[in-house]
Design a protein around this ligand. Structure first.
Ligand code: GDP
Ligand code: IMO
Ligand code: MG
Length: 420
């Protein structure tokens, strides 16, 4: 019996999950996505090529790996077809390497309309959703109205027509103007594309892989601070992004979980609305955005940038049971004289170190300052080449978080990855 390792984001997403899953895939037989959908944008770079994946697991580029879209994922036939077509254009054929759970819920065109209508109705307090239909699809799942991949195999048109009717009534309540034909474009082709893949009862398949001792990695999407239960609610996504989500999103037992890889950037970013205690609004923030190319992989929106937040990171380590840490994008901080790390929050004159129920506007981070390394790291390939200041930064974090940092990333390419 093997264990399933889980790799997940500890911040507000975009930590570099795609890159590291691709780097680790040669050690695994099976890579499975367990939650989220095309709101994710996972970037991989190798051999001077760059790919961004949304619904497809990041193990897809390696020979011999099986990739699974688990039951906890939501999948949009329209965007899924675009994603596979883009890969085909670049000569990548995934038809034999990808299995899709029949229990994964379908994002329908009217879910995307509902997402847009809901955001428009919120005005300045909008979530900043990627507008991929994620929220309405998970609402239909928990509301017991949703349609699943398995529903594509019988009377789908009828089921879709009935649900669409309900959705149209809801959209009318919002008073939202839309062109349904535009949203429905590509639906038929998308459905046919999904049906060409092997549609499976994934919980049976995945548990049989465990029995066969296959090595398995679960790939998280989004990040812990976007988790529906533990994130900065309501500015979150609609699924459980934490480790427990791997159990419900794959149908595996908690006792089957092996290593929990928690991945974080050497600083923090957030895209979309919501509190961000260590956000920078100055030149340093602009410098991080420019050097880190911090623009959304899915929406192209500029990402908000700020210092590393240990209060939030400790919380994420706790709720996930992280056993190994992975630190990304150390190279991005290369120009900075000093680097700040938040170790507490000051709220109404009192310092707190536990991630609170809410992050109020008057919250002030309490910072520790460490000297920057002030040198280019992008050609570094082993730990002995680390500047002393980087080693000190890592040591400080390991002491605070009480978990080893086993991988340090110094650039977007596969090769720019150092194991410790
Ligand atoms: P994901 O959603 O967690 O997979 O992350 P994204 O792909 O959305 O965003 C991470 C971005 O950082 C991508 O553009 C990656 O190519 C890039 N990246 C990953 N690791 C590093 C790194 O160590 N240094 C730099 N400079 N870029 C990185
Ligand atoms: P990956 O997997 C960063 C954010 C959105 C918005 C909120 C809700 O690439 O790390 P949704 O579309 O889910 O209703 O949006 O969550 N968000 C992400 N931010 N990375 C992601 O995925 C995200 N997926 C959703 O910006 O604030
Ligand atoms: Mg991303």
């Amino acid at each position: 019996m093997s264990k399933v390792d889980v790799l997940l984001g500890l911040q507000w997403g975009d930590e570099g999950k795609g890159k590291v899953v691709d780097v680790l895939t040669p050690r695994y037989d099976v890579i499975t996505r367990f939650q989220g959908g095309p709101n994710a944008g996972h970037t991989l770079e190798f051999d001077n090529k760059k790919f961004v994946l949304h619904n497809i697991p990041s193990g897809i580029f390696r020979q011999g790996s099986i990739n699974v879209i688990g039951n906890g994922v939501v999948i949009d036939p329209v965007t899924f077809k675009k994603e596979i077509d883009k890969l085909l254009d670049k000569g990548v054929d995934i038809s034999k390497k990808l299995l899709i759970s029949k229990k994964a819920h379908l994002i329908l065109p009217t879910h995307r309309v509902l997402d847009a209508a809901s955001e428009a109705s919120k005005g300045t307090s909008k979530i900043g959703s990627t507008l991929k239909g994620i929220g309405p699809t998970y609402m239909d799942k928990t509301g017991r109205n949703g349609l699943r991949v398995g529903d594509l195999l019988s009377n789908f048109d009828e089921k879709y027509a009935a649900l669409k009717k309900k959705h149209i009534q809801l959209i009318q309540m919002y008073g939202f103007e839309y062109d349904l034909d535009e949203y429905e474009a590509g639906l038929k082709e998308g459905i046919e594309a999904i049906k060409k893949f092997k549609l499976i009862d994934s919980e049976h398949t995945l548990n049989s892989y465990i029995k066969e001792d296959k090595k398995m990695l679960a790939e998280g999407a989004q990040g812990t601070l976007l988790d529906i239960d533990f994130g900065s609610y309501p500015y979150v996504t609609s699924s459980n992004t934490i480790c427990a989500g791997a159990c419900t999103g794959m149908g595996i037992a908690p006792t089957s979980i092996g290593e929990v890889y928690g991945i974080f950037k050497a600083y923090c970013t957030r895209v979309g609305s919501g509190p961000f205690p260590t956000e920078l609004f100055d030149k340093t923030g602009d410098n991080i955005r420019a050097n880190g190319n911090e623009f959304g992989s899915t929406t192209g929106r500029p990402r908000r940038c700020g210092w590393l937040d240990l209060v939030a990171l400790k919380y994420s380590v706790m709720v996930n049971g992280v056993s190994k840490l992975i630190m990304m994008k150390a190279d991005v901080l290369s120009e900075l004289e000093t680097i700040k790390i938040a170790t507490g929050y000051k709220v109404n004159g009192e310092t707190v170190t536990e991630f609170p129920f809410e992050l109020p506007d008057n919250l002030e981070p309490v910072y520790t300052e460490l000297p920057g390394w002030k040198c280019d790291l992008t050609a570094v390939r082993s730990e002995d080449e680390f500047p002393q200041e980087l080693s000190d930064y890592i040591q400080f974090l390991e002491k605070e978080l009480e978990i080893p940092i086993t991988i340090v990333s110094v650039g977007p390419d596969r090769e720019q990855t150092i194991e410790r």
